[in-house]
Design a protein around this ligand. Structure first.
Ligand SMILES: Nc1ncnc2c1ncn2[C@@H]1O[C@H](COP(=O)(O)OP(=O)(O)OP(=O)(O)O)[C@@H](O)[C@H]1O
Ligand SMILES: [Mg+2]
Length: 726
């Protein structure tokens, strides 16, 4: 079958029991060129439009495709075959409707079930009809809480500095908000009339499934601007905390990163289906044997006895010998004995499936009273499929844990703060008395840290200064003194809030400055560079110039990477701090180390030159930037470490315990420190005390991990806990 669908051809192939829908595109895209507001130009490239079909059937294809699927059921084919046999008068032993009625009944019940399954999945994914008409190169407006309909380049937003906030739960499952920012040249366009005149051209990578990367260039008014993932809004995200924004459609429909990540719909067969088919085949084999035995009996009788009665009991006209008579009686017996093949089995299984799916929907224990939603089985085979699960792959933060981070403890200059020493001190500290900007929801119990701040200990001050400066949090001041932080990473939100309560209040930022209020005094730092975080670097830094003109680099990140980059004079402090860190990790807390480095003017100038070169590079930009970062993040002075708590979600340990009883193996992905990860493993009952041998596979390359794995005895695979550091 071939469908023509928006310039691309789709073939439905049937190979060894599976349907494959293959897309045949007549050109392979090497780079994408999109000119804003110029449909005529963009149409030349025949990019896919924003129409997406997620359902298996449509009205025309339903009957043939569904029948084709159903006749893969051995029993259905068998009954069709019987029906054909019945039409031959010489062997027809039963009236034709005894087979056709059950067959038609089974076929139509299954067809109705398939059609409803498909319709449900269609209505769930395809509610926004109007987005179908969006084409590549259009500029569209999005409003708060709307789903992003295609992959867009953010042009401008209602928020200052072209910022906008998105929730990416549909894409990566993370519930925290992320920030995107438009280029400053386009964010100035603002009003719709200017945007209608915008005629920039984007040249970028072809459609791909990498959710966290985008690389392209915007050409506009003889200038060239580099684009990154930070400028993109992907289909499936939801706009939050942003009144409205405008975006240029770069990828639409099947080319969007969301769709590129989803596999094609395949005809699914559960293992019960396969088991039933095998059983039916065996029963059919038995039936054939019976037929053969009876036909042999017929042949013997016809030869020995029947032949003697030829004049009274003549053979029917086309039959002229006993062998042919036996051949015909074989088929008659196949028809007569057909009831041994249980066609009702299929109907019963379908009915049971339907019943099970309703049991799931009605299950009170799967009802969430907070959001007033019940569990919903969207396919009737769900129960069987769940029963087949052997492995569960889960993310840790936000899936097992609540993703609500609280600043719990810290170690500054070798001193540990935050222990709850005694039972007297149950009241959290009251910050509002001396700090009007304090966040009332922040709880901390250790008085001595507050005393250290008040006593003016320089290390403590510098520690909180790092926390208030080195981050990517945005702040919003609705009314004087009422600060709201919008953090991309909840860890950072917790750290900045802690600094805020201890008197180092982050107030606002512009692309070139950060303004803080340090113990009541407003201070504006020049923000010279942000060396952003990524999961390979495991750290982030900022370089700032304070009002006195001194330049400092502030860095925070994983202790493993930070400790390697400290100045040698930190040896002793490093040992004490790492003892504290181990203690924190032992409690399952997330840890970060913080450090600083003084930069003389000449050194900064020289490095800034190289940094700008790397930043402008078009090829290997990431590698060159990483090398530049590496160069400056050296010889740092350690300040201390922080410990943040992220509580487990309700019921996680119980659920995991039940899952492991069912022998389901669970893999959890986390970027935490190894000790923290192991401890969380224990607290959520993934690891238990009777697992005496826990293997930690610790390698940095695929090769080294493979070697370590090959050392493990095979049977340990199901019980061991891996922490892969790639
Ligand atoms: N904003 C940040 N600034 C500096 N360092 C960070 C930041 N976020 C995380 N890190 C460090 O980088 C390491 C890896 O973080 P990453 O965000 O890649 O982990 P993750 O995959 O998100 O893990 P999880 O899901 O457990 O949070 C962390 O252990 C932490 O030490
Ligand atoms: Mg993280």
């Amino acid at each position: 079958m071939v469908y023509r669908w928006h310039q691309n051809y789709f073939y439905i192939l049937y190979i060894s029991g599976h349907f494959y829908i293959s897309e045949f595109v007549f050109f392979t895209e090497e780079e994408r060129r999109v000119r804003a507001n110029d449909r005529e130009y963009n149409e030349k490239f025949q990019y896919a439009s924003n129409c997406i079909m997620t359902s298996k059937y449509n009205i025309i294809t339903f009957l043939p495709v569904n029948l084709f699927e159903q006749f893969q059921e051995v029993a259905n084919t068998y009954f069709l075959f019987l029906l054909i046999l019945q039409l031959i008068p010489q062997i027809s032993s039963l009236s034709w409707f005894t087979t056709i009625v059950p067959l038609v009944l089974v076929l139509s019940i299954t067809a109705v079930k398939d059609a409803t399954d498909d319709y449900v999945s269609l209505t769930h994914t395809h509610s926004k009809e109007k987005w179908m008409n969006v084409r590549v190169g259009d500029i569209i407006k999005l409003e708060n809480n709307q789903f992003v309909a295609a992959d867009l380049l953010l042009l401008s937003s209602s928020e200052p500095h072209g910022l906008c906030y998105i929730e990416t739960a549909e894409l990566d499952g993370e519930t925290n908000m992320k920030v995107r920012q438009s280029l400053s040249v386009t964010s100035e366009l603002g009003d719709p009339n200017n945007l209608a005149q915008f005629d920039g051209e984007v040249v970028c990578e072809p459609p791909n499934n990498k959710l966290d990367r985008f690389c392209g260039t915007l050409y506009w008014k003889d200038c060239k601007y580099l684009l990154s993932n930070q400028n993109m809004l992907l289909r499936g995200c939801v706009l939050r905390n942003t009144e409205s924004c405008y975006g240029l459609v770069i990828f639409a429909g099947p080319d969007t990163k969301l769709m590129q990540n989803s596999g094609r719909t395949k005809f699914k067969r559960t293992s019960i289906d396969r088991l039933m088919n095998t059983l039916v085949l065996w029963i059919f084999g038995f039936l054939v044997c019976m037929g053969v035995i009876l036909a042999i009996g017929n042949a013997v009788w016809e030869k020995e006895v029947g032949a003697l009665f030829q004049s009274f009991l003549p053979w029917d006209p086309p039959v002229d010998n006993f062998l042919f008579s036996a051949f015909l009686s074989f088929w008659s017996y196949v028809i007569i004995l057909n009831t041994v093949v249980p066609i009702s089995l299929y109907v019963s299984v379908e009915v049971i499936r339907l019943g099970h799916s309703y049991f799931i929907n009605w299950d009170r224990r799967m009802f969430c009273s907070r959001s007033n939603t019940a569990a919903e089985a969207r396919t009737t085979t769900l129960n069987e499929e769940l029963g087949q699960v052997e492995y569960i792959f889960s993310d840790k933060t936000g899936t097992l844990t609540q993703n609500i981070m609280t600043f719990n403890k810290c170690s500054i200059n070798g001193h540990a703060y935050g222990e709850k020493h005694d039972s007297f001190q149950v009241q959290p500290l009251d910050f509002s008395a001396w700090n009007p900007l304090a966040d009332r929801h922040f709880c901390f119990y250790d008085q001595s840290l507050l005393e250290a701040v008040m006593a003016g200990e320089p290390a403590v001050h510098e520690f909180f200064r790092v926390l208030s400066l080195c981050h990517t949090v945005m702040s919003e001041e609705k009314s004087e003194g009422e600060l709201v932080y919008k953090a991309q990473s909840p860890d950072e939100g917790a750290l900045v809030t802690a600094a805020r309560n201890f008197g180092f209040v982050f107030r606002s930022r512009t692309p070139g400055t950060v303004t803080t209020q340090e113990l009541g005094k407003a201070v504006t730092y020049m923000l010279l560079a942000i060396l952003d975080f990524n999961n390979i670097r495991k750290r982030m830094s900022v370089i700032v110039r304070n009002p006195e003109g001194r330049i400092r680099l502030y860095c925070k990140g994983a202790d493993t990477v930070l400790f390697e980059r400290l100045h040698s004079c930190n040896h002793e402090l490093m040992n004490i701090t790492s003892d504290h860190l181990n203690e924190y990790a032992g409690d399952g807390l997330r840890t970060l180390a913080v450090a600083y480095r003084d930069l003389p003017e000449e050194q900064w100038e020289a490095w800034a030159e190289r940094f700008r070169g790397a930043d402008k590079a078009t090829d290997c930009r990431d590698d060159r930037l990483a090398a530049a970062y590496e160069e400056i993040e050296q010889d740092m002075m350690l300040l201390g470490a922080t410990a943040i708590e992220d509580k487990l979600q309700e019921g996680v340990p119980e659920t995991i315990a039940i899952l492991s009883l069912a022998n389901i193996k669970i893999w959890v992905l986390t970027g935490d420190k190894q000790e923290t990860a192991v401890n969380i493993g224990y607290s959520c009952k993934m690891l238990t005390d009777n697992m005496t041998e826990i293997f930690i596979v610790n390698g940095h390359t695929v090769q080294s991990i493979r070697e370590e794995l090959s050392l493990l005895p095979r049977q340990h695979f199901s019980f061991s806990f891996f922490s892969l550091y790639l």
